[in-house]
Design a binder for this molecule. Structure first.
Ligand SMILES: [Zn+2]
Ligand SMILES: [Zn+2]
Length: 557
């Protein structure tokens, strides 16, 4: 039966380029999941966009002497370019600074206010006398009151992940001028989160399919009791508060950015020519998945669900398969210290699929995982080139040369050959089950295991020796190997889309890769093969030293 799948992916702040941590945390798993469901013939809508408001962008614009609009537009273009080159297959990647999003966020705000879930109140805020302004979120830094983590931003603690109000910080400092701010009262709007505490706890109890870390973190947070949160800020950049007398305030990014999932769906429907089509993905038995990093869990398992409960009539998340963090050479990724691998840099020098492969095989699914250039080069050379690439290349070149460039007709299959074909079917079933449950690492392991099996089979059968004495026997083993290769094309398609497209063409298949569905694929005797070419490129070991030297600006690590 056809399923309907909504995939929301975290909205990146448009204040810097995408790095590998973002990719491993949210974008790649979401894309693999979307491709898998499309191959299965399910209806998928995958959306996200640039988070173009908020203090990170304003801070960046001030540092550069430009405007928030300029900064947001520049990084939005950079994101679009990254998605295209890494082939992250969004149905729509928009931004929060569109008239559609502004209007929908304001409508959502008013709907919750009319139901009594948003109310007005005074709150203590930090005010810098030197800068003559309030210091929301990232304009201030201090020590976390909960875990004593130093250098905590005013919106959320990097140490314990708890959301904060700037006035809660111990020893706060203005990030613009380093002076100590004063506490001052200001009138704001609050989201009545406390009203949803019990309902959320009840709902979370039913989510036994969530990852343990997501479930534990959410339950722990709810058990502490939800506090109402201010959802407006003293800022001039963002979605205006749709209430008179609040002209100098804006809706808080974390309230409006999550509404982006809905506004992006509406925009996608409008662009598709059927303006009401978004409703299919927000009601009925559609399953909604939200792919985010672990620092974003609470916003997708507590705050957004509370907002949806208050609003009514729209689906709650079905799953939030949040990933842990990616470290670089064993150290925590840090953009300020340039301890990061930037995607635009990577894509300038290397092919996209080896990165997709590495990050899939090494995804931080249940625990933090590490990226190092040494491991990247090793996996590229040992696994992609020597195992998968070599299997495909030796079978295709030998068949092409000896059987008039076409798929040979097999004779009778012996039990070894039947056994291998059965392993293909088994792998297809097992990866199907794994991907359905967002188990990406294990999926890659199973697929690569099948490639190793096929290599062993070929070593035993040795059709290059057999062909002189027993041409039919050689034809049979090549036919079996080609069937397994066709199966690998499907298994790897969500992970290595460029490679599977090339392989689809090399195998001489008609139509698009997706038409074949989640199957072994048709390998017809007589089917004309394309002239073989290698799937992957071996990387020189020197890459490791070169790239390590780029890390942290100096290579010291
Ligand atoms: Zn903390
Ligand atoms: Zn200041």
């Amino acid at each position: 039966m056809k399923e309907r799948i909504f995939i929301g992916v975290a909205w990146p702040y448009a204040n810097g380029p995408i790095h590998l941590g973002h990719i491993a945390g949210a974008y790649l798993p979401a894309d693999i999941f979307a491709r898998y469901h499309r191959l299965k013939g399910n209806d998928v809508l995958m959306v996200s966009g640039s988070d173009q408001h908020g203090t990170p962008i304003m801070v960046r614009a001030e540092q550069e002497g430009s405007s928030p609009q300029e900064v947001a537009a520049r990084y939005h273009r950079s994101f679009l370019d990254s998605w295209q080159r890494l082939d992250i297959s969004f149905d729509l990647f928009t931004g929060t600074d569109t008239p559609n999003h502004h209007k929908l966020s304001q409508d959502f705000f008013l709907a919750l206010m009319n139901k009594g879930y948003i109310y007005r109140g005074a709150m203590p805020l930090l005010y810098c006398n030197k800068c003559k302004r309030f210091l929301p979120d990232r304009y201030v830094e201090g020590t976390c009151p909960y875990c004593k983590f130093k250098g905590t931003r005013g919106d959320q603690c990097d140490g314990c992940g708890k959301p904060l109000n700037p006035a809660e910080l111990i020893d706060p400092v203005c990030r613009r001028c380093n002076s100590t701010p004063q506490v001052k009262q200001s009138e704001h709007f609050f989201l009545r989160l406390s009203a949803f505490n019990d309902q959320l706890l009840e709902w979370v109890k039913g989510q036994s399919h969530w990852k343990q870390n997501v479930l534990n973190f959410t339950t722990g947070f709810l058990n502490e009791g939800l506090k109402d949160r201010a959802i407006t800020r003293d800022l001039e950049w963002g979605v205006p508060v749709p209430v008179e007398g609040f002209d100098d305030k804006r809706i808080y990014v974390w309230f409006e950015a999550v509404i982006g999932y809905l506004s992006a769906s509406v925009e996608w429907a409008q662009r598709s020519g059927d303006a009401e089509r978004w409703r299919e993905f927000w009601g009925g038995d559609t399953k909604s998945y939200y792919f985010v990093g672990k620092d974003n869990i609470i916003f997708h398992t507590v705050i957004w669900p509370a907002m949806l409960m208050g609003y009514g009539g729209l689906n709650l998340p079905y799953d939030v398969p949040a990933n842990e963090f990616l470290t670089i050479n064993g150290r925590k990724l840090s953009t300020s210290r340039n301890w990061a691998v930037w995607l635009p840099d990577y894509l300038q020098r290397y092919d996209p699929d080896p990165l997709r492969y590495f990050l899939s095989a090494n995804m931080p699914e249940d625990a933090d995982s590490d990226f190092s250039w040494r491991e990247f080069v090793r996996r590229n050379n040992d696994e992609l080139v020597a195992t998968y690439g070599n299997l495909v290349h030796r079978v295709l070149t030998f068949t092409y040369r000896n059987f008039d460039g076409s798929i040979p007709t097999p004779g009778e299959l012996d039990s070894r050959s039947k056994g291998l074909l059965q392993k293909s079917e088994d792998a297809l079933k097992s990866v199907d089950d794994l991907l359905y449950r967002c188990r990406f690492r294990e999926s890659v392991r199973v697929a690569m295991g099948l490639a190793q099996e096929a290599n062993r089979y070929l070593d035993e059968k040795a059709p290059w020796k057999m062909i002189k004495a027993d041409r039919d026997g050689a034809a049979t083993s090549l036919y079996v190997a080609l069937s397994v290769i066709s199966c690998l094309k499907t298994l790897f398609a969500p992970f290595l889309p460029f490679t599977s497209e090339v392989l689809h063409r090399l195998l001489g298949c008609d139509g698009g890769l997706r038409d074949g569905g989640w199957t072994v694929g048709r390998i017809e005797p007589g089917q004309q093969l394309a002239s073989p070419q290698p799937l992957f490129t071996k990387l020189d070991e020197v890459v490791v030293a070169e790239e390590d030297a780029r890390l942290g600006g100096s290579g010291a690590g």
